[in-house]
Design a protein around this ligand. Structure first.
Ligand code: HPA
Length: 251
């Protein structure tokens, strides 16, 4: 089959706890560079079921790039350049909403952006015109539906809604900051959801977030947040995330 008849690859950006994607039948690996610099890692090309996919480890492989230093522009540009038009961003998050405790999976529907100082747009520099993309609904509804259907058909507990509060990191939040985020309407908190979603939208790519809650957000439990707790939630919940990815590519 010629390249042009092949279905477009789906991009999967793996975050904390998903540096490599088991289950992917790897067909190639490419180091690429972009006008925005180097992506976090090589693009891993392969198939998940019948679907061609391109996997990119957001924090590098091994995991070494902190959330505020990820070159989100290079990552999205590289995926777009490789023919990707739909991106699934897998994100570890803290849970604020009472139903969103450790190991819970969330497919959020909104974002509030608290990040700063990140390369957050392709529309800057020597421009011929100013561009403001619409970002009313930051996640692609069709791609969200595919993930929601996959999670439902697997019978996994998950939430099909949620406001993702994107914080700067790399430190976790104070309890008061979480109270403020909750007052703002955030259900989840994470450090990598933005500008990734907006950059995908600027490139007219469909973007959906698959969030895995790895801890109660600061002040939401009776203890401080530990890496042990985070690792335990990843061990418990990431298999569900992978199953949703596999199931969603099967259709
Ligand atoms: N806050 C911000 N980002 C996170 C958290 C958190 O509690 N957990 C995982 N990523």
């Amino acid at each position: 089959m010629s390249q042009s008849n092949a279905p477009a690859p789906v991009g999967i950006i793996g975050g904390t706890g998903l540096t490599t994607l088991s289950g992917i039948e790897i067909t190639g690996q490419r180091e690429v560079s972009t006008p925005w610099g180097e992506p976090s890692a090589a693009l891993v090309e392969g198939r998940l079921g019948n679907q061609p996919v391109i996997f990119l480890s957001r924090h590098g492989n091994p995991h070494r790039i902190p959330p505020h230093q990820v070159n989100y522009r290079a990552n999205l540009w590289a995926l777009h350049q490789a023919g990707v038009r739909t991106v699934v961003g897998v994100n570890a998050v803290g849970g604020i909403h009472e139903a969103m405790g450790p190991a819970h999976i969330v497919i959020p529907d909104q974002i509030i952006d608290y990040t700063w100082g990140r390369g957050s747009t392709f529309f800057e520099g020597d421009l011929e015109e100013v561009t403001h993309i619409d970002f009313t609904y930051p996640y692609a509804e069709e791609a969200r539906s595919v993930m929601i259907d996959a999670a439902n058909s697997l019978g996994l507990p998950f939430s099909d809604f949620g406001v993702y509060g994107a914080t700067q990191g790399p430190r976790l939040e104070t309890a008061a900051e979480i109270v403020r985020l909750e007052r703002d309407g955030c259900d989840l908190v994470g450090m990598t959801g933005m500008p990734e979603a907006a950059l995908a939208a600027e490139l007219k790519m469909n973007y959906v977030c698959l969030g895995l809650v790895v801890n109660w957000a600061a002040g939401k439990s009776d203890h401080i947040i530990t890496m042990d707790e985070i690792e335990a939630a990843i061990a418990q919940g990431m298999s569900g995330v992978k199953r949703i990815l596999e199931e969603s590519m099967d259709g």
